[in-house]
Design a protein around this ligand. Structure first.
Ligand code: BES
Ligand code: ZN
Ligand code: ZN
Length: 503
């Protein structure tokens, strides 16, 4: 990953390929944001004017590159738009800083080192600039030949104006590094094609990370799952040549007073199964393990940050394929909880693997369970590509998850679990069916999951089907492909649980 340093040198004096300055949108044209002072001095105070001449306005996402004048060590000045300036005395919106830093880092792909001379007075600014730059620099190049034209990600981000010897600034940089690395780890897993990332490979990858970071890991293979009665995982995985896995990854802190369980949907490929998806709906289904990737990243990040909390990650891994041994529509599965489920549509597989993992996670009586899943197309229709839906059996907890996501820079919205929809997945044959009516499909999936959460356990469900995978052009710090959605929200929840402010 791109390296991060905090530099004491001035923006103008730092030896780098480029120096990044911020521009805001003023009533009378573009204005320089704090951090750009020494660079502006090398322009004799005329940088904002030069930018205006070049057509810059300071709008969000805008970039302007110009050759650096004498007095600036870097070869290039990159001005990046921050949008409207905050009111006098107010801090910059951290999301505006993250986005601008992300755009700059992506624009500078191919360069070795860039000085980021954006606002960096408060530790929050440092964290935002560093996070945005490290996330924006991300590129997935594992499958591209060296000569196919792709540029290497920016090598080093030097945040100028930050104080490397200041405890709060250092901690902010460490948080940014750990969290961005784990978001990028999730992105790599999501982007890895399903022929190279099946449930077994995923489980082995988690085991290797557990060893590296001193975490406890247990993997249930197909034999253990069958013996344990995990009918959901077995039922979904049985049509595939690569068998399912349930992974338990645990980070514990000796002084922890709270335990969180994170549960992730890990369908390494969702063909739909016998209820096969048509062409046009299956090209991006390698992303159907994004929930498990987010949970994995969040547990590792909690460990890297040494949070005073226990975090257990449950990864429900299976490949949903229509093989000769596959579950048929109409089959009945006996789930880990003992409930029976009639599978009316094998494409509603996520809720089946999650049901087992939720029931198993509940046995350990955590203080709260949060599941993350690319669960329904209905949630994408409801909320669009950019945000995940939050459902919960506790309104106050749902609100907390929502505000945590917002603070982390992840767009989301609270969704209801209307009791009148519950009967729509009654089954004439089994205890329940795995689908109900089409309308409100995302909420029905949430209601289904609720059936498998242990009595009295606080639970939230994040349906990330929209934001998990970005097919359009990159923007801000969001790349094409896997986004690492929900990692930052989960880490935010773990941090609050550690502080005693969550539960
Ligand atoms: N993995 C899909 C949901 C999905 C859709 C994720 C689009 C990302 C983007 C899920 O397993 C699925 O197919 N759900 C069905 C449920 C239905 C059959 C009740 C759906 O949403 O259509
Ligand atoms: Zn499906
Ligand atoms: Zn799916």
């Amino acid at each position: 990953m791109t390296a991060l340093t905090l530099s004491t040198s001035s923006a103008a004096a730092l030896r780098a390929d480029a120096v990044v300055v911020g521009v805001t949108k003023g009533a009378k044209g573009p204005r320089l944001a704090p951090g750009a002072e020494t660079v502006d001095a090398a322009f004799d105070g005329g940088l904002a004017g030069v930018l205006e001449t070049l057509g810059a306005s300071g709008a969000e996402g805008e970039t302007t590159k110009l050759p650096a004048p004498a007095g600036v060590k870097a070869a290039v000045v990159l001005a990046v738009g921050l949008g409207e300036a905050p009111e006098d005395g107010d801090a910059f919106d951290p999301e505006a800083l993250r986005k601008a830093a992300g755009v700059a880092a992506r624009t500078l792909a191919g360069a070795k080192k860039a000085a980021f001379a954006l606002p960096a007075g408060a530790p929050e600014d440092v964290e935002a600039v560093a996070t945005g730059a490290l996330l924006g620099a991300y590129a997935f190049t594992a499958y591209q030949s060296q000569n196919s034209g792709g540029k290497a990600p920016l090598g080093e981000v030097a945040v100028v104006g930050a104080k490397p010897r200041d405890k709060a600034h250092k901690a902010a940089a460490e948080r940014a590094t750990a969290v961005a690395a784990e978001v990028n780890r999730a992105r790599d897993l999501i982007n890895t094609p399903s022929n190279d990332l099946n449930p077994t490979v995923f489980a082995t990858t988690v085991q290797a990370a557990a060893k590296e970071f001193g975490l406890k890991v247990e993997v249930l293979d197909e034999k253990a799952l069958a013996k344990g009665g995990y009918g959901g995982l077995i039922g979904v995985g049985r049509g595939s040549a690569t068998p399912p896995r349930l992974v338990r990854l645990a980070y514990t802190h000796p002084k922890a007073t709270r335990t969180l369980a994170f549960v992730g949907k890990g369908i390494t490929y969702d063909s739909g199964g016998i209820s096969l998806k048509p062409a046009g709906h299956n090209e991006t289904m390698k992303c159907d393990m994004s929930g498990a990737a987010a949970v994995f990243g969040a547990v590792v990040a909690s460990a890297k940050l040494g949070l005073k909390v226990n975090v257990t990650g449950w990864l429900a891994l299976a490949e949903n394929m229509p093989g000769g041994n596959a579950t048929r529509p109409g089959d009945v599965l006996r789930m880990y909880s003992g409930k029976t489920v009639e599978v009316l549509n094998t494409d509603a597989e996520g809720r089946l693997v999650l049901a087992d993992a939720l029931a198993r996670a509940s046995e350990e009586s955590p203080d709260a369970i949060v599941d993350v899943a690319t669960l329904t197309g209905a949630m994408v229709l409801a909320l669009g590509e950019g945000r995940f839906g939050i459902m919960s059996n506790d309104d106050e907890f749902r609100t907390k998850v929502h505000t945590t996501a917002l603070a982390a820079g992840e767009d989301s919205w609270p969704m209801p679990l209307p009791q009148q929809l519950r009967k729509t997945f009654d089954s004439p044959t089994a205890d329940i069916a795995n689908m109900g009516v089409r309308m409100g499909g995302g909420l029905i999936a949430g209601l289904f999951l609720r059936e498998f959460v242990g009595e009295g356990i606080t639970w939230a469900h994040l349906d990330i089907a929209g934001p998990a995978f970005h097919e359009g052009a990159p923007f801000g710090y969001t790349p094409k492909g896997g986004t690492g959605s929900a990692v930052r929200t989960l880490v935010g929840l773990a941090r609050q649980a550690a502080d005693g402010t969550l539960l």
